[in-house]
Design a protein around this ligand. Structure first.
Ligand code: 6PG
Length: 461
């Protein structure tokens, strides 16, 4: 009898199954796509079993069955569950490792709970390489069921530099997929920040692809020690197969997306979360499709400030912190609204290795939330407050140069606005309230006495 089963054997499912086998657990793999099973069968041994039918797969698993569904999010997950249900026994555990919408996960969790089947919605990050060698895992759902699968998940997960696994129980219901959605929103924001810095480096500082690659590599060993720095350096230096140029100069500048960033905005709006930088990053992808491309590309022949490169590094460090801060801010609001009791240090730890947004900074975030500390905003923590104080002038000067050069900086600018707003006791929303009360008698609160007020602004005729 096999200890674990995987449904869906395209690259993620196959690699996760191999990862399970490589850690000494026996695993069955099944796909409705026969060529995928054939490819999987090449790895067959006493611990790895390819299955060609649903029955063969389900019957090969020890009880309670532990089944990871690693297929395209959406309808296919419902169809798979529907197909499996008559073959399962009470107490079996289904794990959805796809990028499912958390509303779907919530519904599936409730439906399966009624049938006595445990459901775990699990965020999986790290791409193909991570799936094989150590992904970051974000499982949410039934805690007892999590305990059953924890030994396997802890074995296959990435490990932090101190050797701690990048997996822990996130919380009930859809919280695991919610945390993955927020991970992706942060991913969008940091990627866009890198893109804007790249734009400034090439347009203002006139750096070549190889020079930029070296700069990002240096930052990866400096203030911006992050997987995204590492891959940006690699992407920039890659030569093209089809021309003698660098491939980056022939990649069409239209950004795609599969929806997780959009979902984060949808729920952010529902919660009233001020995730402006993440919103700008999502919208920048829309803009890359929507721009008419009728104008001239920005060019800059003005002075290049001597400290530009240094300021860009500081800006990226600070704006990366803002992306995390906004992600955690939405998580804090969601945890309250949905009653999830999230453990923020554990979430930071889950992201310290294996995932796309891994960086040295996550350790500082883990420390900021340690001991159950409640922060409305990450920048209330002394380490991040200091970072903000030290790096904000650099970010201001970078955005100033970009403005002069006509380079759009949606996330860098939004980061400044966020940082200028979160501690500001004097935001001008009093005027909004006055206007609302003027045209709609919406009432307002006062800053000098309790109660709700309305002013007769004009005489009705
Ligand atoms: C990860 C990634 C991954 C995500 C891709 C694509 O953590 O491994 O977040 O799950 O699907 O990055 O996302 P977009 O196609 O929306 O850019």
């Amino acid at each position: 009898m096999q200890q674990f089963g995987v449904i869906g054997l395209s690259v993620m499912g196959k690699n996760l199954a191999l990862n399970v086998r490589n850690h000494g657990f026996s695993v069955s793999g099944f796909s409705i796509d026969k060529p995928e099973v054939d490819a999987f069968a090449k790895y067959e041994d006493d611990k790895l079993k390819p299955c060609y039918t649903w029955e063969e797969f389900v019957n090969s698993l020890e009880k309670p069955r532990k089944i990871l569904i690693q297929i395209m999010a959406g309808k296919p997950v419902d169809l798979t569950i529907e197909k499996l249900l008559p073959m399962l026994d009470k107490g079996d555990i289904l794990i959805d490792g796809g990028n499912s919408n958390f509303h779907d996960t919530e519904r599936r969790f409730k439906e399966l709970e009624k049938k006595g089947i445990h459901f775990i919605g699990m965020g999986v990050s790290g791409g193909e390489e991570g799936a094989l060698n150590g992904p970051a895992l974000m499982p949410g759902g039934d805690e007892e069921a999590y305990k059953e699968v924890a030994p396997i998940l802890e074995a296959i997960a990435a490990k932090t530099p101190e050797g701690r696994p990048c997996v822990s129980y996130i919380g009930p219901s859809a919280s695991g997929h919610y945390v993955k959605m927020v991970h992706n929103g942060i991913e969008y924001a940091i990627m866009q920040e890198f893109a804007e810095v790249y734009d400034i480096l090439r347009t203002v500082a006139h750096k070549s692809d190889d020079e930029m690659s070296e700069i990002f590599d240096k930052w990866n060993h400096g203030r911006v020690n992050a997987y995204l720095s590492e891959i940006t350096a690699n992407v920039l230096k890659q030569k093209d197969d089809l021309t003698s140029d660098h491939v980056i100069d022939h990649i069409l500048n239209v950004a795609s997306y599969k929806g997780t960033g959009n979902w984060m905005l949808e729920d952010g709006v529902a919660l009233g979360a001020p995730i402006s930088v993440i919103a700008e990053a999502v919208i920048a992808r829309f803009m890359s499709k929507a721009t008419t491309r009728e104008g001239q590309a920005p060019s800059y022949n003005g002075d290049v400030p001597a400290d530009l490169i240094d300021n860009l590094e500081k800006s990226l460090q600070l704006t990366q912190a803002v992306a995390y801060a906004q992600g955690f801010q939405q998580l804090t609001m969601a945890a309250k609204a949905y009653n999830w009791g999230l453990r923020y240090p554990a979430i930071a730890q889950n992201w310290e290795a294996g995932c796309i947004i891994r960086s040295a900074m996550l350790k500082d975030i883990e420390k900021a939330y340690e001991g159950g500390k409640e922060l409305d905003v990450l920048f209330q923590d002394p380490y991040f407050k200091k970072l903000m104080k030290e790096n904000l002038p650099a970010l201001r000067s970078v955005v100033e140069v970009a403005m002069k050069a006509g380079i759009p900086t949606p996330t860098l600018s939004a980061s400044i606005n966020y940082l200028e707003s979160i501690f500001n006791p004097n935001l001008p929303a009093n005027l909004i309230q006055g206007q609302r009360d003027y045209f709609g008698a919406h009432t307002y609160k006062r800053n000098d006495r309790k109660g709700t007020f309305h002013t007769e602004w004009y005489e009705e005729k």
